[in-house]
Design a protein around this ligand. Structure first.
Ligand code: SAM
Length: 457
């Protein structure tokens, strides 16, 4: 059930707005409530931003998103500063106000907004949260930060949380799994991601579409090793992309685009996409094979399957889209074996933290073994559906060994008909099994792929 601004004890910022409300106060209040919902109520940022209230002022959206995403990226740094500025912990009922203070601090340390404008709009936002009595406190705290800025920033510099902006458990795992690379991973995960596109080869060539982008004033460059990929110099709304609604192009990270390449489905083959929603890889697989596959796209989440259908419609692609459980496959679609199976399992999503910074604060260490057990169950349940000589591509957007090469090593050891096929070494990192792409500033998100073929025992 979707919550509402008022139904969960939160106040609709618009409810307290008056004609005299200064510009930008509503955006600060909305960002504070977004942050509060993630930080204190454990809601995912995707869900928070889908709520109709989050989109109440379309013109404010870029600013609201910048403050919400930015504050989640820098959260421990902002919390360390707020902790020094507040004399005592805030009451539970004032956690929304604390979120607003964090949003205020984010503007002052990371945004190019004149300090006086940031402070005044944030102070006014406390009224929109229904807490006008707290406006002097917010004002005093933010002004004190401006006066003591250098000292306060120097004080928190050496706190590990404020330096790395990662939870301890995840830093520990990354240090263990990537002793040479963990610092680069963390820095890339805390940066803003690039925006990558996949051109629909059934409707345009890469160079034609690059020309259309140039004509629209959008700078883009091809992605090495990614047949239909373009990276934009800066993000744009999809409504600004030429022919987006006509299915010329999709937004998809360059690492995600590799799945279609490694799966290598060719026209006429029977293909299973076993965790398909929202459908980015399904569409890439179909485009690469001229939309001439017998492709079954399953997912356990019915509402996410609606997105798969809408994506296929927009791109002019054809598949059977079925709600089903990959850990217990049943139904007529299981009766004939598949030449190709993509198993893009639910995972920690630690490779895409730069796109979903809430993952750092919502995920727990204890989730990882649970996810790994689910992934193993899916591998075991889906494997019998693969035809002899067929290929299964296991994929995650995780950086963690337990979900990736350790998972595949364990699968290979319990399945005598499974053989790993090497992935080319031109990109990605070598692992004991499969290959890992790490998040890089101008390149892909973090992805893991392993190709497994079925031989006769
Ligand atoms: C990593 S996402 C897939 C992303 C998708 N392949 C794409 O590229 O757009 C994992 C998906 O697995 C689905 N899922 C989770 N448990 C499942 C299950 N038991 N059976 C089928 N799908 C499941 C989730 O609903 C989610 O859509």
């Amino acid at each position: 059930m979707h919550d509402t601004w008022t139904g969960c004890g939160l106040v609709d910022p618009g409810q307290h707005a008056s004609p005299g409300t200064p510009a930008g106060a509503e955006a600060r209040a909305a960002a504070a409530l977004n942050l509060h919902r993630v930080r204190d109520q454990g809601q995912s940022l995707t869900r928070v931003l889908q709520q109709p209230q989050a989109a109440r002022a379309p013109a404010d959206q870029p600013l609201i998103q910048e403050m919400t995403y930015g504050a989640l990226r820098l959260l421990p740094r902002l919390e360390a500063l707020a902790g020094r500025l507040l004399n005592r912990p805030v009451k539970k009922s004032d956690r929304d106000l604390e979120a607003l203070i964090l949003i205020g601090l984010y503007q002052l340390i990371a945004m190019k907004i004149p300090a006086h404008a940031a402070v005044s709009a944030t102070v006014d936002a406390s009224r929109l949260l229904g807490k006008p009595d707290k406006a002097p406190l917010v004002n005093a705290l933010l002004r004190r930060f401006l006066r003591e800025r250098e000292t306060l920033l120097a004080e928190i510099e050496h706190e590990p949380g404020a330096r790395w902006l990662f939870p301890d458990w995840l830093l520990t795992r990354l240090r263990r799994d990537w002793p040479e690379d963990w610092e680069r991973i963390v820095d890339a995960s805390n940066a803003r991601p690039p925006m990558a596109l996949r051109v629909n080869r059934l409707r345009a060539s890469l160079s034609d579409y690059a020309d259309q982008l140039a004509a629209a004033g959008i700078a883009a460059r091809p992605v090495p090793g990614c047949e239909m990929g373009l990276i934009l110099d800066r993000p744009h709304a999809t409504r600004d992309l030429p022919g987006f609604e006509r299915g010329l192009v999709s937004v998809q990270d360059s690492g995600a685009q590799l799945a279609a390449h490694w799966l290598d489905a060719t026209p006429g083959q029977r293909v299973l996409d076993a965790c398909a929603a929202p459908g980015g890889k399904t569409a890439a697989i179909l485009e690469r094979a001229d939309n001439a596959l017998d492709l079954i796209a399953i997912d356990s989440d019915a509402s996410r399957l609606d997105t798969v259908r809408a994506t296929l419609d927009r791109l002019g692609l054809t598949a059977s889209v079925i709600q089903a459980d990959a850990a217990a496959p049943q139904g007529t679609w299981t009766e004939r074996p598949f030449d190709r199976i993509l198993l893009d399992v639910p995972c920690s999503a630690t490779g895409v933290i730069r796109r979903h910074p809430d993952i750092k604060w919502l995920r727990r260490d204890r989730d990882i073994p649970e996810l790994a057990a689910t992934q193993a169950a899916m591998l075991d349940a889906i494997w019998p559906l693969l035809a002899p000589g067929g290929r299964l591509l296991y994929a995650t957007c995780s950086l963690l060994a337990e979900e990736n090469h350790e998972q595949i090593a364990a699968f290979l050891s319990r399945q005598p008909e499974a053989r790993e096929r090497d992935l080319p070494t031109a990109s990605g990192q070598t692992c004991p099994r499969g290959r890992q792409w790490l998040p890089t500033p101008d390149g892909s998100d973090g992805f893991y792929y392993a190709i497994i073929e079925r031989v006769s025992a």
